[in-house]
Design a protein. Structure first.
Length: 273
């Protein structure tokens, strides 16, 4: 898992620092910058808004479930409305830190079917924009399309990875965790430890279509840091050096007015406790 989990579940067990040193060469991607991304202690993330979020709603920061300060949720575990005072360094377009955001709760987190954490902040979108001039990144409400140009924007490393959505994976298995309908990147996105939780942006629209979470580092089969693909027939495929993210459109159907997580809403398919 790309953020730590030893070195890849691109995020980390909970606070394990990434062990990979990023290239010193700059990554140039047109029309994509760091505004709205955040750096966590062990991962990346982003200030995000849902289609029905209002300016006065308490804002959300999104990252991976495996980046939680309390450690990785077990298979089948779902966290809803857990107290948190975690802090996040908010970045501007040039990746300069402009302020510190603070959570009041983990609104939702899991590593089942997907790998996501959604923190509710103490400030509203309007307050954050007034204080720092930074707007939230909008989460798209629709399933992305294969072939779409994407950018994985890491606030932890202050680095952007550019590639395309190669395809979608029926099931992605890593150790005891199973994720469904995962985004497979084309090989150009060589994400590393610390990029876990990075928003996956549709490069053309700037909308969030996924959250970066893992990659197969050395060709292992379905073990930690070595995820494998499993199709509808149970056939296992290992793709060494290929990295993955989890879709985020399904989250939008589970957010009620006021940025309240409501897992009983029609169309909400996120795992429940």
């Amino acid at each position: 898992m790309t953020g730590g989990l030893a070195a890849t579940m691109i995020g980390g067990p909970a606070a394990a620092a990434p062990t990979t040193t990023p290239s010193a060469e700059p990554i140039e991607v047109a029309a994509v910058d760091f505004a709205g991304t955040v750096a966590l202690s062990n991962c990346s993330g982003a200030l995000v808004s849902m289609p029905n979020s209002g300016p006065e709603d308490p804002a959300f920061v999104m990252s991976n479930g495996h980046c939680l300060e309390s450690g990785m949720p077990g298979p089948g575990e779902v966290v809803v409305e857990a107290p948190s005072s975690r802090s996040f360094q908010l970045l501007d377009a040039d990746a300069s830190t402009v302020g510190t955001l603070r959570a009041e709760a983990i609104a939702y987190a899991t590593m089942t079917d997907t790998d996501v954490s959604l923190y509710r902040l103490t400030q509203s979108y309007a307050e954050i924009e007034a204080a720092y001039g930074i707007a939230a990144l909008p989460v798209a409400a629709d399933h992305p399309v294969a072939g779409t140009a994407i950018s994985v924007v890491s606030g932890y490393w202050e680095r952007v990875y550019s590639c395309d959505i190669d395809d979608f994976v029926y099931e992605l298995h890593e150790s005891s965790w199973v994720w469904t309908d995962s985004i497979r990147y084309t090989p150009e996105c060589q994400t590393i430890g610390g990029t876990s939780g990075s928003p996956v942006l549709n490069t053309d629209t700037g909308e969030v279509v996924g959250v970066n979470n893992t990659g197969n580092t050395s060709g292992g089969r379905c073990t930690m840091n070595e995820p494998c693909e499993v199709d509808e027939n149970g056939t296992v495929t290992v793709r060494e050096g290929i990295n993955y993210g989890q879709q985020t459109y399904q989250i939008t159907a589970c957010v009620a007015e006021g940025n309240v997580i409501d897992l009983t809403l029609p169309g909400c398919t996120l795992p429940q406790p």
